[in-house]
Design a protein. Sequence first.
Length: 469
Amino acid sequence: MENFSEWFHNILETADIIDSRYPIKGMSVWRPYGFQIRKHFYNYLTDLLDKDHDETLFPLLIPESELAKEGIHVKGFEDEVYWITHGGQKELNEKLALRPTSETAIYPMFSLWIRSHIDLPIKVYQKVNTFRYETKHTRPLIRVREITSFAEVHTVHSSAEEADKQVQTGIEIYKDIFDKLAIPYLISNRPVWDKFPGAEYTIAFDTIFPDGKTLQIATVHNLGQTFAKTFDITFENKEGQHEYGYQTCYGLSDRVIASLIAIHGDDKGLILPPTVAPKQVVIVPILFKKGQEEVLSKCREIKKSLEDLNIRVSIDDRDLRPGKKFFDIEQKGSPLRIELGPRDLENNKIIYVRRDNGEKSELSIDDDLPVNIKNLLNTIHDNLYDKAWAKFNESLELVEEKENLKSTTEDGKISKFYWCGDTECGKAIEEETDMDVLGIYEDLDDDTEKVCIHCGKKAKHIGSIAKTY
Ligand code: 5CA
Ligand code: ZN
């Protein structure tokens, strides 16, 4: 992959993921194949969230008066909001915002719903589109103006401890989802100057793209009582006193799909983890004039037996030469291709080719075939996971000399460095390297002898820094 950006744009088109020729900048069309990948990702996410959250749906539009209530929050988003000013010909009395995120849509309602500690905790989520008039360079799925796959959770608790615990729960849910997609990540406590507008602290997941830039793929925020005070979310505690609620919110987006495409793909096209592949197995009948019906009927039999194990499988019986089919199947990233011709049928075996490593081998056609295929799919997932993590771990490097910080990071790495934790130092390092501090990677013990890479004072943390999208 010589030029990642070009590769990425091409693959979105050739693999039928999205069409970004829609005539509004930053907005694209999900095409059927991409939509299926998205659907499988969403199904995993929904299953995880449904265990302990309730799905809801709030309106897309937010009155200006609500959006403007929380000062820091509105400041963070004011340059990115799309406004509706007219209904038909008539100018509206109050402008309406297209949600850039939904705190200010949801929290006024929380205020009405919550009366007592009995009503808590509340844990709701919604899967919606959100709109941000991004001023940085837009890129399909990575930085869009209509975020079409925004899944946001909002919770309210009766104590600060419980809200802190919920942050951990959010982190565990996202680890789980990224493991399912074999996406490696670094978890950082974002620096104060880069936390979510209105949050006490922000925990972020970043992954690294083939071009060496990192992408924020999910965030979990502890909102403390800031929004509760603004939106009057109070409850009567066990002692009969009124108290403000403690809140968290967390979310992810289309970027997750961008990551799984970018991280696993190769020059031939997509490589999809079996968890999200629309077709996990594609069977290609190798047909000659003689014995066509036998081969096809065996293919159908195998297909049925795989479907009985919930494997997503199709037969590519298009009237094309096998070479062309192999090319298409590889481009679309199906994890496993099965070939069956008359001679294979005689020998009672199938040929399979793994998309993750190109390995070609055979399996007997017997009662164990479906289970063997299922195991093979698991092996493919594990291999993609191990490969992606191995590469990711190689991209992390501890840098002790300040002179080396820029060059290491420019090599496409996430650099770790000793840091006193002061904003001044963090910002100075960002300025000098022209990179972004991702945040705190790890806290150091009080008796550490390590010193800040910038000021030489005693270090409090190991920070991380990278080129970011
Ligand atoms: N209300 C909170 C939690 S949902 C919130 O909005 N957090 S956020 O601003 O950090 O956005 C959540 C996630 O959406 C981010 O971590 C990032 O992965 C993704 N995201 C943000 N902006 C964009 C964008 N323009 N295009 C694609 N994804 C985005
Ligand atoms: Zn320092």
